[in-house]
Every structure is written in structure tokens, then in C-alpha cells.
Design a protein around this ligand. Structure first.
Ligand code: AMP
Length: 655
């Protein structure tokens, strides 16, 4: 080797992985823990051979996506399947469609007309069932009302509603007339709502008068009043009063801008002509949940999005039209859009949904509902699994869960302990499967995940979904060898990826700039020799302790491996000696008593697990951790609190 060559090699950039990330990667490489895919599940998989499907998508992407596009209804056929000049990507060019025709009309014109589209339960036990025919009527009535108020194609409508049928109806009514909905999670406060209404330039805000939170009624109207006070582009505020029903006596509000959700509807107007939308027209804006910084308005396009979520509702979630499917999430998050509303309705499934948290009034509530409604497939967050685990296996064992064959978890790493526990206690009765999957608000459906056609490896998400090409690269974009950590990138656009950030193309381009020509997800990942990916956490969640880089996720996972710990959050605080010191917050499992010996045992455990450098300087026991409702720990809140600083906008927190 010449000196010049050696010099070049020396310069080869290496991703600044933490010691613990390296150790985790080594451990994952050795890990032979497998959860065998049950043969009976693999036999009925919608994609019988994922390897063939993946090869088909790779060798003929245009043909592959053209076939998948046939899963949805088109008003006018598309020509070219895609055109890429990253960061710009367009799909199904020239095609026209309205997503509500796939999600509602086609079922109304079939045998599914009077099957349940939505089964809904509120926190206080109120229940509603909507057949596809009823959903058609309700959506069209409200769509006509919006049109009458002057809402047109391309106008923005902010939806500030809890998980109530009227929230889903509002989203679909917007889609019917081509208005762009932007759902803001109803747990967010004035500041978050204000900035989202302002950024989107919404003409209309639709809200519910209140939501339930652990038995309490939380008013939403005052928040909307405050958030819209100085926003004069908001022409109408439509209030869904939860006690009211169609046909009630008209209701008068003090403000002229305000209208009642049902008063503005006409009973006989059950048909509304669907707006023909270009495949690339925006369907919705969804602001990212905001664990950090200024929210981004992620824009998803009509055609590619619907094709993607319909395909993955079948290919990944394995939902069929005979299934009752429940996502424990909320319409305020991307999974609520893709896999409470558009994906499963496009399939013609029965969507079960419940307003409220999964452990109120008790951790039994979930299993009681699964039993009562015969839920077959569930989507939930790892944080919920850990919560159930902390309450013990007795609760799920009390119920008949034999119909529940698949639980998909996403949103953060699913730690092996929680995975194995759920596999045994939640789907054990059906001999089903718990599977991990990875995606983002920006990518509206799974791109990595475990399919029932292959075995699950706890700690690893799985393999790329057909059509998705992912790679682990160094900071220069060069693929790293298998078993080596790096940045997770998506090499080619997917139809269900974001098209831009609302009003901020430059911020969109940033996703494609870090590694030119590929989409950089901002996560650290590793791929094993069999093609399984593990996602270790965000590339930016790293502490620097005495020159050692330690991921917050590393210490959190270690604490989770301690038998007393249900939840953990870790932050780095400035330290005059070490640069940063590690502070951990933990929630204990039910029935575990706190005390100095426990803190000592937790510290010893991390020291044993990760070494002295990663041992937290302080461990504090808490009753709960600050989280977004989608289950992500808001570390910046803990940090600001610990440093006595203003934590900024807290309105995205769950509690
Ligand atoms: P959001 O846009 O709020 O859904 O957050 C997306 C981020 O959540 C990803 O970039 C990951 O950091 C994390 N994430 C989502 N799913 C997983 C998963 N299955 N394993 C690990 N991290 C995940």
C-alpha cells in the first residue's frame, strides 16, 4: 500500500458510534434467539413468499407498483408509474382518484355494504357501530356541509378531535371534497395547535367539545378559542358537541365563526360527488409529534399513499376483509391515518377503535375488548406492551384471546424481553405472532418489518418490505459491512413517502442532502448477515460522558432488562468533570417497592451490563414518564426540568 493510499484510508469516515452501540451490535450478531413463524400463519399470509415478492419489486419496480395500484379505485388511469429526480419523486402520473371511493364507495357497492366498517368504544363505555353504508351517508353529509361553507379542493382543514367516529368522518369528508386535512392530536395544547393552524393556513377548524382522559372530561373548545383568536384566515370553527345527535334543536354559539357539526348538515344530502384528485395532489398534512424542535408539516400525496397503505395493510398487517382490526393509537398520529382510517377501510375490514389509554380504567380493559369484539389483528406501541408486562400475565390470561393472531409493534425499539413476553402471554392462546416494524411520520407505512413468512428475531425489526431498498451506510454514504452499525437510508423513493414539508421545500430537501440522492432517516441501524435490520435509535440521541459516546437508548434498554423496571428514560446533564453525566428516570413494575437498595441494584445492573462509564450518576424513581401519546419519551422535557429551564411547548405531552 502506498502512503497516499494509506492516507486515503485513514480519512475514510467512520460513524461515531457509541461504545455501547458497538457492544449492542456485537451482541445482536451473536444472538440466535428466534421466534419461529407459526406455519399456519405463514400459510395464510397475503404475500406467500416475501423473497419472491421482493425480487419482483427489485427487478421490475414499475411493473410491481403498477400491479399494486390495482388494489385501489381509479377515476382515470395513470400513465407512467413513477418519475424520480430525488428529492422530487412522483407516482402514478396523470392518474385521478378519490381515496373515499376505495375506502367507502366500493364497499357500499358490494356485499360489504352493511358490514361494520367501524366499531367504536369511548372511554366511558359509549359504543357506536358504523356500517359501510352508514359511513357513506355520514361522510357525504358532512362533505356537502363543508362544500356549502365554501371549502374547496386544496383548502386546509385542521381537525382537533379525539378518537371519535366524527373525527374519522371529518377526515374522510375532507378527502371527499379534496380539502387537505391536518389532524392535530387532541392532547396537544394551545401553542401547538396555534402553530399548526397558522402554518397550514387552515380555513376551517373542526373540533370536539371535549375528550376523556383517565375518567376526566377535558374541554377542547377553550383551547381552540385561544389558538384561533388571532388567526383571521380561520373562517369557520365547527364544533362537534358530543352529547348532540343529528336532528337535535339548533344550537347557538356566541361567536359567529362557530357552527355545530350536525346543524350544518342536511339529512337528505347523502350523496356528494367525489372530487377528482390528481395522484400527486396532497391528501393530508401531518405535523410530526414534536419530541424535538419546531414541528414539520409532512405532506402525503393521494395516489401513492393510498396504494402504499392498502398494499401494506394486506402485505404487512395481514388484514383481510373478514378481520376485526384494532390499532391502540389515535387519529392524531401517522398510524391513525394509515392504519385506523385509510388502509383498513380500503381493504374493507372492520376497524375497532377505542378512545382512551390502554390501562384505564384498568390494564384488563384491552383484553376484555379484544375478547368481546373478537379482535384478530392489533397494532400497538412497545411502551404499551411494557405497561401490560409490568402488570403481569394474569390480566391477559383471564380472557379469551384465541382470535388475536397478530400484534404489530412500532414507534420505538421493541426490547427482546417485552417481545418474548407478548409472544407468550398475548398471542400464545392463538399460537400467533408478535412482530416489529419500522417507519416514520414521513413514510406512512412499514418499510422494515417481520412478516409471518419468516422467523422473528427479538431485538431486530425485520427485513425491507417488498419495494423498499434500505442500506446501512457510513457518513459518506458508503455501505458498511453487515454487522456494522451506520446510518439507515432508503435508497429509492417509495410511493408512500412524503412529498415535501408544507411551505418549506428546503427542509424537505434536507432528508436527501446528508447522503446525496438517498433518504436519510436519522436512525442508527445494523443489518445482520441474513438481512435482518435492527434500529438502535436516533443518530442524535447521544451523550458524551468523559469522551465516551453513549446513546440514551443504550442505558434505557439496559435498565429495562432489570426485573424491577417497567419504563426508563435517560438524559445527559452538563458535568464540569465528565462533560456530561447520566441521569436516569425509571418507573417500577407494579408491586415493586423502592428504596436505596433498589437504586444500588439498578446501578450495579447497568455497570455489569454496559460498564462503569455508562452507569447513571443519578437514578430517580417516578410514577410516570413524560411521553407523547404515541409513546415516545420526551427527554428534552426531563432535561429542561432537571436544569430548571423553560421546557418550551409541552402541549404535545400525553399527560
Ligand atoms: P414518528 O415519526 O414519530 O413515528 O417517529 C419515527 C421514529 O421512531 C423513527 O425514526 C425511529 O427513530 C423510531 N421508530 C419507529 N419504529 C421503530 C422501531 N420498530 N424500532 C426502533 N425505532 C423505531
Amino acid at each position: 500500500m502506498t502512503d497516499a493510499q494509506r492516507h486515503e484510508d485513514d480519512q475514510a469516515p467512520e460513524l461515531d458510534l457509541t461504545d455501547v452501540q458497538r457492544a449492542t451490535i456485537d451482541a445482536l450478531g451473536r444472538d440466535e434467539d428466534l421466534i419461529r413463524a407459526p406455519i399456519w400463519l405463514a400459510r395464510q399470509a397475503h404475500v406467500p413468499n416475501d423473497a419472491i415478492e421482493r425480487a419482483h419489486a427489485a427487478s421490475d419496480p414499475a411493473g410491481f407498483w403498477r400491479e399494486r395500484a390495482a388494489l385501489v379505485e381509479w377515476m382515470e388511469p395513470f400513465g407512467e408509474v413513477f418519475r424520480f429526480a430525488p428529492p422530487k419523486h412522483e407516482w402514478f402520473l396523470g392518474g385521478k382518484l378519490n381515496v373515499t371511493q376505495s375506502c367507502i364507495d366500493r364497499h357500499v357497492h358490494s356485499d360489504r355494504r352493511n358490514k361494520a366498517a367501524l366499531l367504536w368504544v369511548s372511554e366511558d363505555g359509549d359504543e357506536q357501530a358504523y356500517t359501510y353504508a352508514r359511513l357513506y351517508r355520514e361522510v357525504n353529509r358532512f362533505a356537502n356541509a363543508l362544500r356549502r361553507l365554501g371549502v374547496k379542493k386544496g383548502d386546509r382543514v385542521v381537525v382537533y378531535m379525539p378518537l371519535v367516529p366524527e373525527g374519522i368522518i371529518t377526515m374522510l369528508a375532507c378527502a371527499r371534497i379534496g380539502a387537505i386535512h391536518s389532524v392535530v392530536f387532541a392532547g396537544m395544547g394551545t401553542q401547538a395547535l396555534h402553530s399548526r393552524i397558522q402554518d397550514s393556513g387552515a380555513k376551517v377548524v373542526v373540533c370536539s367539545d371535549f375528550t376523556y382522559r383517565r375518567g376526566k372530561e377535558i374541554s377542547l373548545e377553550p383551547t381552540v378559542d385561544e389558538a384561533t383568536r388571532d388567526l383571521f384566515h380561520v373562517e369557520h370553527v365547527i364544533v362537534h358537541r358530543r352529547g348532540s345527535r343529528p336532528g337535535d334543536a339548533p344550537f347557538t354559539f356566541e361567536s359567529e365563526r362557530k357552527k355545530d357539526f350536525y346543524d350544518i348538515q342536511e339529512g337528505h344530502e347523502i350523496h356528494c360527488t367525489p372530487e377528482p384528485m390528481d395522484a400527486e395532489d396532497p391528501l393530508f398534512i401531518l405535523y410530526t409529534s414534536g419530541t424535538t424542535g419546531r414541528p414539520k408539516g409532512v405532506v402525503h400525496a393521494t395516489g401513492g399513499y393510498l396504494v402504499g397503505v392498502t398494499y401494506l395493510a394486506r402485505a404487512f398487517f395481514q388484514i383481510g376483509e373478514r378481520d376485526v382490526y384494532w390499532s391502540t393509537s389515535d387519529i392524531g398520529w401517522i398510524v391513525g391515518h394509515s392504519f385506523i382510517v385509510y388502509g383498513p377501510l380500503s381493504i374493507g375490514a372492520t376497524v375497532f377503535c377505542r378512545e382512551g389509554v390502554p390501562d384505564y380504567p384498568s390494564p384488563d380493559v384491552t383484553w376484555e375488548l379484544v375478547e368481546r369484539h373478537g379482535v384478530n389483528v392489533m397494532f400497538t406501541a412497545p411502551t404499551a406492551v411494557r405497561m401490560w408486562m409490568s402488570h403481569g400475565a394474569e390480566a391477559p390470561a383471564r380472557y379469551d384471546l384465541s382470535r388475536l393472531r397478530l400484534i404489530a409493534c412500532a414507534g420505538e425499539p421493541l426490547n427482546p424481553e417485552a417481545h418474548l413476553w407478548a409472544q407468550k402471554h398475548l398471542v400464545g392462546q392463538s399460537n400467533g405472532m408478535v412482530v416489529d416494524n419500522w417507519w416514520q411520520t414521513e413514510i406512512a407505512a412499514p418499510v422494515l418489518g417481520t412478516l409471518p413468512t419468516f422467523d422473528a428475531r427479538p431485538g431486530k425489526v425485520g427485513k425491507p418490505m417488498p419495494g423498499a431498498e434500505l442500506e446501512v451506510v457510513d457518513p459518506d454514504g458508503k455501505p458498511v459491512p453487515d454487522g456494522t452499525g451506520g446510518l439507515l437510508v432508503i435508497k429509492k423513493p417509495l410511493p408512500y413517502m412524503l412529498r415535501t414539508i408544507w411551505g418549506d421545500d428546503a427542509r424537505y430537501e434536507a432528508y436527501w442532502k446528508q447522503i446525496p440522492g438517498t433518504y436519510c432517516a436519522g436512525d442508527i441501524a445494523v443489518r445482520d448477515r441474513d438481512g435482518y435490520f435492527a434500529v438502535l435509535g436516533r443518530a442524535d440521541d447521544v451523550m458524551n460522558v468523559a469522551g465516551h459516546r453513549i446513546g440514551t437508548a443504550d442505558v434505557e434498554s439496559s435498565l429495562l432488562r432489570h426485573p424491577a423496571v417497567a419504563e426508563s428514560a435517560v438524559i445527559g446533564l452538563p458535568d464540569p468533570v465528565k462533560g456530561e453525566r447520566i441521569v436516569a428516570y425509571v418507573v417500577l413494575k407494579a408491586g415493586i417497592a423502592e428504596g436505596p437498595s433498589l437504586i444500588g441494584s439498578l446501578r450495579d445492573h447497568v455497570r455489569q451490563d454496559l460498564g462503569p462509564i455508562a452507569t447513571p450518576s443519578e437514578i430517580e424513581i417516578r410514577k410516570s414518564l413524560p411521553k407523547t401519546r404515541s409513546g415516545k419519551i420526551v427527554r428534552r422535557f426531563l432535561k429542561a426540568q432537571a436544569m430548571g429551564e423553560d421546557p418550551g411547548d409541552l402541549s404535545t405531552l400525553a399527560d
